[in-house]
Design a protein around this ligand. Structure first.
Ligand SMILES: NC(=O)c1ccc[n+]([C@@H]2O[C@H](COP(=O)([O-])OP(=O)(O)OC[C@H]3O[C@@H](n4cnc5c(N)ncnc54)[C@H](O)[C@@H]3O)[C@@H](O)[C@H]2O)c1
Ligand SMILES: N[C@H](C(=O)O)[C@H](O)COP(=O)(O)O
Length: 321
């Protein structure tokens, strides 16, 4: 039996359902999938096949997008989330994790959520999928966010926290774990036998020898040195402003960054249309497009599905390794 990728619907007021429906049209003959959510949220012209279990998805693909129906309580409209839908968005993600951990799906691909809508509507306790999936995985999992494209892979060590909180959250233990998990999962899931990782500094010019910040001289350089001695292929701490041009990118397989925007600005500048968000460190495969809910274009039929297509293709590739 061919296991499908389960697609969590994400925020119904956003472009997630639209890019899922468009991705189905692109991949219908190559990537078995099942959309989990309320079929009311899909574009009206989507060919939908209701199924009761993921095992029915592969055979249904030729007729239409297989849908595991989850009825939503609210009435979101494009660009306008209904707080009554927030709990459904959260529950669908959990249902997808259940399908994949029980062996009924090969991977999860998450359509974008609107974090504030979930926090306002359902007191969602997590700032994003990554942290929620880590909690659902349990067993001390450390979820690591990676955004990947042909041009660049980036890993933010701290994720969805205010910039003012980064220095305290950025500890040697967290950075060590992030490096080790990235190294391991690039080997296991991306077939890179000896991953080369570039470690960014936190401060301008990687601290300029302690004149512009002390984290680099106080502990980041020591940690890098220790891990190199253990066999990791690391360079850094590097000045972040000069580590993303083409010649610099050719020297590493992934950039370990210190905070969210240090990592995500370069990849979304280079490859917004094709970037994929992958969560490393989980006992199951999770990918996602690199864009958000795009309320400004929701319901207009103009959302570009390329990132969703790439996310589904990468999930399929990872599930075959
Ligand atoms: N995986 C996720 O769940 C995820 C990822 C990123 C952002 N978000 C959330 O999405 C919400 C909105 O975030 P944002 O406004 O910063 O970013 P966004 O990606 O939603 O939109 C940024 C800009 O890019 C455009 N855009 C985005 N995706 C597009 C597509 N597929 N085709 C054409 N144009 C597209 C939008 O119209 C907008 O102008 C926030 O709540 C954010 O936290 C969720
Ligand atoms: N930080 C991600 C981005 O900007 O693309 C986005 O918020 C998604 O994060 P989760 O996958 O944790 O929801």
């Amino acid at each position: 039996m061919t296991l499908p990728i389960v697609i969590s619907c994400g925020e119904p007021a956003g472009i997630g359902p639209e890019v899922a429906a468009k991705a189905y049209q692109v991949l219908r003959s190559t990537v078995p999938m099942a959309y989990v959510g309320d079929p009311r949220h899909l574009p009206a012209d989507t060919p939908v096949v209701g199924i009761d279990h993921p095992s029915e998805a592969a055979n249904a693909m030729a007729q239409g997008l297989p849908v595991l129906t989850y009825g939503f309580a609210g009435h979101s409209t494009p660009g306008h989330p209904d707080p009554k839908d927030a709990q459904g968005v959260i529950d669908v993600i959990a249902a997808c994790v259940d399908w994949v951990t029980q062996g009924h799906a090969s991977a999860i691909c998450t359509a974008p959520i609107h974090k504030k809508a979930l926090q306002d509507g359902a007191q969602f306790a997590y700032p994003g999928h990554t942290e929620y999936l880590e909690a659902l995985a349990g067993n001390g999992a450390h979820a690591v966010m990676m955004l990947a494209s042909d041009a660049l892979r980036v890993v933010p060590t701290t994720i969805h926290i205010p910039l003012a909180d980064v220095p305290a959250a950025l500890t040697p233990a967290v950075l060590r774990d992030t490096i080790a998990i990235t190294h391991r999962d690039l080997q296991r899931q991306f077939q890179i036998n000896a991953p080369r990782l570039a470690i960014a500094g936190l401060n301008p010019h990687a601290g300029e020898g302690g004149k512009m910040g002390r984290q680099e001289v106080d502990w980041i350089a020591d940690l890098v040195r220790d891990m190199v001695a253990e066999g990791y292929d690391l360079t850094g701490p590097l000045p972040a402003d000069t580590m993303f041009h083409a010649a610099a990118r050719a020297k590493y397989d992934a950039a370990i960054c210190m905070y969210h925007d240090q990592a995500l600005i370069p990849i979304k500048t280079l490859a917004f249309d094709k970037g994929v968000n992958v969560t490393l460190g989980l006992p199951f495969i999770r990918t996602s497009p690199d864009h958000g809910t795009a309320f400004d274009i929701a319901g207009k039929g103009i959302a570009d599905e390329t990132s969703m297509v790439e996310a589904l293709k990468l999930a399929q590739k990872m599930s075959k390794t």
